[in-house]
Design a protein around this ligand. Sequence first.
Ligand SMILES: [Zn+2]
Length: 218
Amino acid sequence: MQLQLNEQGLIPAVAQDRFDGQIRMVAWMSQESLAQTLATGQATFFSRSRGKLWLKGESSGNVLRVHSVTADCDADTLLLLVEPAGPSCHTGRPSCFFQRIAADGTLHEEPYEMTPFLGELERTIEERQASTADKSYTRSLLDGGITKIGGKIREEAGELVEALANESDQRVLSESADLLFHVLVGLRARGLGLREVVRTLADRAQQSGHAEKSSRKA
Ligand SMILES: [Zn+2]
């Protein structure tokens, strides 16, 4: 199958963060900008307003390192899995997608960009940490510090091990959710996020890939 470019010779490309799944932006690509993207590993689009190739982040430094380019079933839209260096929207926001459409069809600017659910959950934890009036369970964990959070992580890890060994799938899922939640709170207490954990896993996978390759050569 061939790529289906439109009458202007362009194809829309969706850029998605490889680590947290957030959709960053959508822009047009020409055959030439796609070729340049594949050759350089940096997202290069076609600017319709300027009528020329546009290396994303050329002036701001907020480039998109491209991990892979995939066409959809009709080959008329591209998906770029990217590792963004800094915000991707010209407004300075990480993602272009922050105008929620209400039931009546009107647009409402949201303080946060759309993220998959884990990102939402992290944001809720962060809000509970920041609020002075909050009396939630999350807040009590954060107020208790690493001693309290660490105690819960140990307890939940033990319960998960028990569930894996002897209990129903439902219990395994429930205990996994508990453990993951408390890990997120622990990360928050240290000012870290899940995206950095996923990135660490990806780096590791890449390194072991390299190791595997060089061992094959030996
Ligand atoms: Zn934007």
